[in-house]
Each structure stands twice: as structure tokens, then as C-alpha cells.
Design a protein around this ligand. Structure first.
Ligand code: DGL
Length: 265
């Protein structure tokens, strides 16, 4: 269904979802964006499904109250647990990252697919489920890599320690002879170089940010022409200098319009 939509709401547990925003901005430079990062309650990746759903509903309700036309759940952990609840509650299109990331892995020709993500994403089995639906019989090998989020947040994206951690996490998946590795976490695209080096040549690295942007773009009619008055507003539930620094690292440019919000009000 095509939707003539100009204001896209995106939320993540923190600023990692800016990797998804960045890709959507590339395809829709003329749309307006409201980004919400629940930085006060990060990480979601270690929380229970019930809590993740509750937080996700609060994030969605906040963005809907600001008048968005479409919701993008950029967080893999929230996408793994909260999409059915959000689709039931909201009257606007809701796009998650699990379906589009899985589709990208299958389209890349994956038949032995490694999936990495937070503990909660991997425990949910969300990627396995969607991959099996898309290509019955596909072999999927999953691994939670919780330290990757902290390493990115420390700014150690291509550090030797990060490479060591990656070798440790990925050794089982490498042993399975995967042809494709699906990055099932918002932070992991920043580690793509290190992960690709560790996986070795011949393994395709798929990231759900780009494929989600394609799904969003296909649902929107306008927004292709850049506009000087484009709205790009950031809301964070905790406004620490670290989050702003990280956000700008993810976005690759300055975040000018930032507001702190209380999602529990
Ligand atoms: N945004 C989360 C995800 O993509 C990673 C960070 C967290 O654990 O909250 O799963």
C-alpha cells in the first residue's frame, strides 16, 4: 500500500537506530523525520519481552502524539518483540527491521545464514522464524553478541580488542560455513569492517538498515527531492553528552535539534 506520507517517526532504545535513519534519509532526503531514542532505559537487549513491549508502546505513543504518518521500529530488540502489539494499537503503517533484514539475507542468496544480535533478539528466535517463512529449510545459526553494543559505544569500532571479541563470538558461526551474516542489531553496522575481516572473504554481510530504508521508501510517494526546510528532530529520554557524541558518530553529521523527553509522564 502506497502512503503519501511526509513525517516519519523512528524509535530505538538509544541512538543506534540512527544507522537506520541515515539510510532512510539517503532515499528520502525530502521527508520529515522525528527520531526518538530511549537512551534513559537503554539497553533493551537485556530486558524481558514484557518490558520491551511496554517501553516500545510508550515510544510509539510519544511519536504518534507528535503527528507522525508512519512508524519505523529501528531497534531489532523492539522489532523482535513488539511489532504485533504496535500494529494492533496504531492506525499508521508500522515497519520493523526483522522482516526487511531477513528478506535482504535471502535476496543476497543466503542458504546458510548466521544471525547476530542482542541476547533478547536471539532468544526471541524472531530472525529464524522469518527466515524459515521466507525460505523453508534455510539453515540459520544464531549468536548473541552483547559486548558489541558497549564496544561501539566506547568508540572502539576497529580496535584490536574488538577484533578479538569478534573472533570469540563468531568462531561457532564461522565453523558452520555460513555464506551470509545478518547484522541483527542497530549498532553492528559500525563494526562492519571488523566483522567482515573476521568472517573472511566470501561471506556476505547484510545489514537490516539499508533493507528497511528500501521498505520505507517503497511505502512513501513523496520525499525524494531534498528540501531546505526539512524537519530532522531528535528526542532523547536522557540527554547526556555521550549520547549526542555517539548520535553524531552514527549520523555522520551534527544533530542540531535535540530535545529531552520524559516517556513515563
Ligand atoms: N538497539 C538495540 C537493537 O538493535 C541494541 C541496543 C540495546 O540493547 O538496546 O537490538
Amino acid at each position: 500500500m502506497k502512503k503519501d506520507c511526509t513525517t516519519i517517526g523512528i524509535f530505538d532504545s538509544g541512538i543506534g537506530g540512527i544507522t537506520v535513519l541515515k539510510e532512510i534519509l539517503d532515499l528520502l532526503p525530502g521527508a520529515d523525520f522525528l527520531y526518538l531514542g530511549d537512551s534513559a532505559r537503554l539497553p533493551y537487549g537485556t530486558k524481558s519481552p514484557k518490558t520491551i513491549v511496554r517501553y516500545s508502546v510508550q515510544c510509539a505513543q510519544f511519536l504518534v502524539s507528535k503527528g507522525i504518518d508512519m512508524l519505523v521500529v529501528a531497534c531489532n530488540t523492539a522489532s523482535s518483540h513488539a511489532i504485533p502489539e504496535l500494529r494492533e494499537r496504531l492506525r499508521i503503517p508500522v515497519v520493523g527491521v526483522v522482516e526487511s533484514g531477513s528478506k535482504a539475507a535471502i535476496e543476497a542468496g543466503g542458504s546458510r545464514i548466521g544471525v547476530i544480535g542482542t541476547s533478547s533478539t536471539i532468544k526471541s528466535g524472531s530472525y529464524e522464524r522469518v527466515l524459515q517463512e521466507l525460505k523453508p529449510g534455510v539453515k540459520v545459526f544464531s549468536k548473541a553478541c552483547p559486548l558489541f553494543v558497549s564496544l561501539v559505544e566506547e568508540g572502539w569500532c576497529s580496535d584490536s580488542i574488538t577484533e578479538q571479541v569478534a573472533r570469540r563470538y563468531l568462531e561457532d558461526i564461522i565453523r558452520e560455513g555460513v555464506d551470509t551474516l545478518l547484522l541483527g542489531c542497530t549498532h553492528y553496522p559500525l563494526l562492519k569492517g571488523t566483522i567482515a575481516r573476521v568472517m573472511g572473504e566470501g561471506v556476505g554481510i547484510v545489514d537490516s538498515a539499508r533493507s528497511t530504508a528500501r521498505v520505507v521508501s517503497a511505502l512513501v510517494d513523496g520525499g525524494r527531492t531534498p528540501r531546505s526546510d526539512q524537519e530532522l528532530t531528535f528526542y532523547l529520554s536522557d540527554l547526556s553528552p555521550t549520547f549526542i557524541r555517539l548520535g553524531e558518530l552514527f549520523l555522520g553529521k551534527r544533530m542540531d535539534r535535540i530535545h529531552e523527553v520524559d516517556l513515563c509522564e
